[in-house]
Design a protein around this ligand. Sequence first.
Ligand code: PAF
Length: 274
Amino acid sequence: MKVVHTREELAQARSALTGSVGVVLTMGALHEGHEALLRAARARADHLVATIFVNPLQFGPNEDFGRYPRTLEKDLAVCAAAGVDLVFAPSRADIYPDGEPMVRVNPGPLGEILEGASRPGFFHGVLTVVLKLFQLTRPDFSFFGEKDYQQVTLVRRMVRDLDLPVTIVAVPTVREPDGLARSSRNRYLAPAERVAALTLSAALRAGVAAAGRGEDAEAAARAAFDGGTAKLDYLVLTDPDLGPPPAKGPGRLLVAAWVGSTRLIDNVPVELVA
Ligand code: PAF
């Protein structure tokens, strides 16, 4: 496995890769969710490239950019074990040589709802760095976790709307045995918060069960959300593209909540029966 830090080194290493290239973009702090992305990429492409970059552009002024976990040595071991060929772990100056970019990707209306409503500018920051990392790594395939469902929806939309030559593959969420969705932010949770956090996935499960009985999935999920120390931000039912929910057919149930000072999100597919 080759590890490069500058865009010049990346360009050289990337041009040596012949055949198809799968890219997994990460902010490091790799967990089993990322390992699933790396496995999916390994199975689909001839070469596997991973990027590790904590993108300052997608953190609000009061968010956790400073304390976001940085575990490069461990992350490189995870990449090596997953069969990654090339890791790009750039510095901030390598990605943003002129400081914060003047030109950014505008995610449009889908970027203003849900996560975008709670975190203004978040998806501008995400899509801008994703586009830049696509330009630098030139993937044939790129793999995103469904845990960040709005993110993968918007990346797909950017690829379609801006004609980017990459195929986006969404990989199902990896969960702890008790249902908690794997997230780099889970490591912030104190033991009691870790227990409180289970209400997100429990609420989603209640919604799915209600939908299966032909009942209101969103109302059932809301009723099952135990507001103990977890503070609900949103819990909504949408169609698979984050539009209004259909009466029948596939939908998506999404939740965000604060557990202490940690903001967690989760979502599941729901089959709605009329
Ligand atoms: O999902 C993430 O870890 C980040 O949002 C991404 C896609 C690597 C962009 O910084």
